[in-house]
Every structure is written in C-alpha cells, then in structure tokens.
Design a binder for this molecule. Structure first.
Ligand code: HEC
Length: 206
C-alpha cells in the first residue's frame, strides 16, 4: 500500500469521529436534525405512522431505548438496521458517529431552542488582533467562529461597493449614480451613520 493510499485510508477512518469525540455533541444542533429527518416519521409524535410503539421524540420514551438505538443504527443485519432500508433513508457514517458520541456522552436532551428562555451568551474573549476587528459585540461572535474554522475576515469594502451591495440587498436593484455620490460624500464624514441612513431610507420606501 502506498503512503498516499495509507494516509487517505487513515483520513477516511478517522474523519467520522473527529469533532464528535473532541467536543460535546449538541442535541439541538446536531442530534435532533438527524432524528427528525430519519426517525420521527416512524418513531415520532404521529401515532398513525408510529412503528414498534417507540417514540424517540420524547426524552422519557427514548431514554430506555437508547442502547437498542445504538445497536440498530449500525446493525450488520439488513433486516434490523434503522432506518429500515425500504424507507429509502440512510444514516451517513458521520451521522452514526454523532449519535454514538451523543449517547456515550450521556444523551443530554435539550428543549427545542425556539421554546427555551432567552439567555445572553458570554461575549467571546479574543486576543488583540482579532478583537480589534470587532466594532460591536456581535462582531466578536463572528470573529470567534471565523478563528474556530480557520478563516479570516475579508478586507473592508470601499464605499461604492458597499452602497451597491446594500442597495441590491434591500431592493434587488443597483443604486442610482446620485445615490452613490450621496453615500460616498456622507461616508467621508461618518461611515456608520451613512450606512444607517441608507437602511432607514430604503426601509421607509419598501
Ligand atoms: C419507515 C419507518 C421507520 C423509520 C424511518 C425508522 N424506523 Fe425504527 N422501526 C421501524 C419498525 C417497523 C420497527 C419494528 C421492526 C423491527 O424491530 O425491526 C422499528 C424498530 C426500531 C427499534 C426497536 C424497537 C424495539 O422495541 O425493539 C429501534 C431502537 C428503532 N426502530 C430505532 C430507529 C431509529 C434510531 C431510527 C432513525 C435513525 C428509526 N428507527 C427509523 C420503522 C422505522
């Protein structure tokens, strides 16, 4: 086996497990979407289509079945594997690894994010060059995520590009030459105020 083949094989073997093992799996963001897409049709709230009298959408019903869930999602017997082959649904290796990691981490359930009380998250603490990029607390969250996934912010757009983007975004049309000139002039004095003005005017017209 060549070194290249070997390293590709290693990547293929390790890839499904990285991420899920390293950090806690989020029920809301990672697990629920897998269950919703692949299991709830037959093990969800709808009694009409429910199979095997098993509900996986409620913690109390699902908890006792988790060991069996673990066995069924990667079962070698095509008669036993879940979701059933004839349903046309199939879990990917990554999805199986996510479910496994979540169960091994203690299967923490979460309420759906839309019904949870709002909580202000702690603002990320960033080292100096990254933190300096942020103009407000929301930017800190964006910059922290960028660092996490290894991307850097794009260079700031010039005023002409910016008014073009904003106008397209708000109306679907380009700005008029007069609007460009007005924005460029206003942005020289106070760019943030000029941006806010474009939004206010556009929203009034919508
Ligand atoms: C198309 C319908 C369908 C889908 C989708 C489906 N299942 Fe099932 N499931 C069944 C049927 C039918 C049975 C009963 C037959 C059997 O045990 O194989 C069953 C049985 C089970 C059992 C065993 C219950 C027991 O009491 O022994 C588990 C665990 C299970 N499913 C988990 C899952 C999980 C996890 C998913 C999603 C990844 C899933 N199922 C998706 C139809 C479905």
């Amino acid at each position: 086996m060549s070194r290249r083949t070997l390293s590709l094989l290693l990547v293929a073997l390790v890839a499904p497990f990285t991420g899920s093992a390293a950090q806690p799996v989020s029920f809301d963001r990672e697990v629920r979407p897998i269950l919703t897409a692949n299991c709830f049709h037959c093990h969800g709230p709808d009694a009409e289509s429910r199979k095997a009298d098993l509900r996986l959408d409620r913690e109390a019903d699902a908890k006792p079945a988790l060991k069996e869930v673990l066995a069924r999602i990667s079962h070698s017997d095509p008669e036993e594997i879940m979701p059933p082959i004839k349903s046309g649904k199939k879990l990917t290796a990554t999805e199986i690894a996510t479910l496994r990691a979540w169960i091994e981490q203690g299967a923490q359930w979460e309420q759906h994010w839309s019904v949870k009380p709002l909580q202000r998250p702690a603002t990320p603490k960033l080292p100096s060059p990254q933190a300096d990029w942020a103009r407000g607390p929301i930017d800190l969250f964006i910059r922290a995520k960028q660092s996490e996934i290894g991307v850097a912010p794009s260079a700031e757009a010039d005023n002409r590009t910016l008014i073009r983007r904003m106008t397209f975004d708000l109306t679907g049309l380009p700005p008029t030459p007069a609007e460009i000139a007005a924005f460029e002039a206003a942005a020289k004095t106070n760019r943030d105020q000029a941006i806010a003005f474009v939004f206010t005017v556009r929203f009034q017209r919508l």
